[in-house]
Design a protein. Structure first.
Length: 59
């Protein structure tokens, strides 16, 4: 069970890094300051009260 949890945490961390990289790439392409570190917004704890978590991401 611990192995599965570690594998899942690694997969989530990898996807969060990919999202941060994508946000930075899009920001650079648009000539904006990269919004680094915003992938934390997609964690389940950020989904509350029907709030669209991507409204907070400035690309």
């Amino acid at each position: 069970m611990a192995f599965l949890r570690l594998a899942l945490e690694d997969a989530v961390a990898t996807q969060m890094q990919r999202i941060d990289d994508w946000i930075a790439e899009v920001s650079r392409a648009r000539g904006c300051e990269p919004a680094v570190g915003r992938s934390y917004l997609i964690q389940p704890t950020a989904q509350h009260s029907g709030h669209d978590i991507f409204d907070d991401v400035d690309l």
